[in-house]
Design a protein around this ligand. Structure first.
Ligand SMILES: *Cc1c(COP(=O)(O)O)cnc(C)c1O
Length: 469
């Protein structure tokens, strides 16, 4: 220890903890960031990236002054962020952060609550219980459905499939939680050819295998073709999709679920961004029949625009989810209230439900519907405007995703590269039906019609430049 002894280090920390100075400083930076957000480039430019090199390389021996830490974060970190709330970011499926949810999260960070058990945080428990009830109703899920609050859809899918695997095996007389998979009856896994990468990851983690799945052919939009669904039985996990990451298409649930359910299969729906369609009278037809599933996964940090780290697993059978997530320890104190760790793979967790609760309350039922409808309507506008400028739209724009190509694959790639470099807006690349395409996801409440117009102009300019070589 070069300059301070242990005692003075701790004394300093305790003093800082009782002062508002650092939080005020952070608030000032946040205000500057918010004021500049809309004029930032859609992704950090070369100068902003070089700034990151000014951050300390090695962990210093001595404590760093907290005020200096915040200053570094703002000076070098803020410009190197990707402003999802700036209105012109259409990459992946990244939502923005609703104002009430963001502010609630600040407060929750000061609370620093652990949502594992009621005894650790009665407020986290109460807010989780409220969110569970609201979401089950909002999304048209069966009454009594349990919700687990997890990091994202990848984990949510892992949880839903773990519950399904264990329940199918339990019905076959095998306690998977105790005995594991070796020697267990075979479980079949049936998924669409367009299942998301996270589904394969979950299957790998669960010992069900990424490659031993039965893949069902899909149509030109990526939807499972019902007549190609193999025979279902009581040893089958059927994994469907609400919202294809490229086209936004939904599997035809009403044609798939009744028979699968009748046969005793466990049905999971990956609805990372699409499950929210159920909250909109205009779009809920896309989800028709999905309520017959056994488990569902969704991200509140996508379509709902809650801040990051807000994944949701829903399970029709509360017991099945709790059984798969069970943990026992002499020092645990389970209560008659909600103990969040019963429905999630982790024990210690931040109180995610605080920001989710604020997001839902700040929108209300009609606000959630309005948000979903606005994202979809702006995606439709984006597609029509690009088509009017001579671009080809490769998908039926049924939700918030648009797939765009130019006259030739080379022109598509060159146009996208110039678009990404323009800082005007940012879209990702994909391949659809073996052809390179530009992928647009309208997913932030911050995006306006003007943002779409400006982005369309950026597309046109990028293509002109690409044509000139
Ligand atoms: C985003 C997404 C996922 C993964 O969700 P994470 O929150 O990133 O873990 C899974 N499936 C679909 C369809 C998605 O869009």
């Amino acid at each position: 220890m070069c300059c301070m002894d242990t005692h003075s280090i701790l004394r300093n920390l305790r003093r800082q903890a009782s002062e508002m100075r650092l939080l005020e400083q952070a608030r000032g930076y946040a205000a500057e960031y918010i004021a500049g957000m809309r004029s930032m480039p859609a992704v950090p430019d070369a100068r902003a990236l070089r700034g990151l090199e000014s951050l300390p390389r090695a962990l210093p021996e001595a404590p760093t002054d907290p005020s200096r830490i915040l200053e570094m974060l703002h000076r070098y970190g803020s410009p190197a962020t990707v402003p999802y709330n700036g209105g012109r970011y259409f990459g992946f499926v990244n939502g923005g952060a609703l104002p009430a949810a963001l502010a609630a999260r600040w407060l929750a960070d000061v609370w620093d609550q652990n949502a594992a058990m009621h005894v650790m945080s009665p407020v986290a428990s109460a807010l989780e219980a409220a969110c569970e009830e609201w979401l089950v109703s909002l999304l048209g899920l069966p009454p009594g459905t349990a919700a687990g609050f997890v990091g994202g859809t990848s984990i949510a899918t892992l949880c839903g499939l773990a519950a399904g695997r264990d329940e199918l095996l339990r019905r076959a007389g095998w306690d998977c939680g105790s005995r594991g998979l070796p020697g267990a009856p075979e479980i079949r896994v049936v998924i669409g050819e367009q299942a998301h990468a996270s589904v394969y990851k979950a299957l790998g983690l669960l010992g069900l295998g990424r490659d031993r799945v039965e893949r069902v052919p899909v149509d030109g939009q990526g939807r499972i073709i019902p007549s190609r669904l193999p025979r279902m039985d009581g040893r089958t996990l059927l994994i469907l999709q609400a919202g294809n990451v490229n086209t936004g298409a939904f599997d035809p649930f009403a044609s798939l679920l009744p028979a699968a359910r009748e046969a005793g299969a466990w049905i999971h729906v990956d609805g990372a961004f699409g499950l929210w369609a159920a909250a909109s009278p205009l779009h809920q037809h896309l989800m028709e029949g999905a309520e017959l599933a056994d488990s569902w996964s969704a991200d509140a940090h996508k379509t709902l625009n809650a801040p990051y780290d807000n994944g949701l697993v829903f399970c029709r059978s509360r017991e099945a989810l709790a059984a798969a997530m069970r943990a026992a320890g002499a020092y645990f104190v389970f209560s008659t209230e909600r103990d969040g760790m019963m429905y999630a793979p982790d024990m210690s967790r931040r109180a995610r439900a605080v920001d989710l609760w604020a997001a839902l309350l700040s929108l209300g039922r009609s606000g959630v519907a309005a948000l979903v409808e606005e994202l979809c309507s702006l995606a439709g506008l984006f597609g029509r405007r690009l088509a009017a400028e001579g671009f080809s739209i490769q998908n039926d724009v049924v939700f918030n995703q648009v797939l765009v190509t130019c006259a030739t694959p080379d022109l598509t790639k060159a146009t996208l590269a110039l678009l990404q470099g323009s800082g005007e807006c940012w879209c990702g690349a994909t391949t659809w039906n073996n052809v390179p395409a530009i992928r647009i996801s309208v997913c932030s409440f911050a995006t306006t019609e003007e943002d779409i117009e400006r982005s369309v102009r950026a597309f046109v300019t990028a293509r002109e430049k690409a044509l000139r070589g």
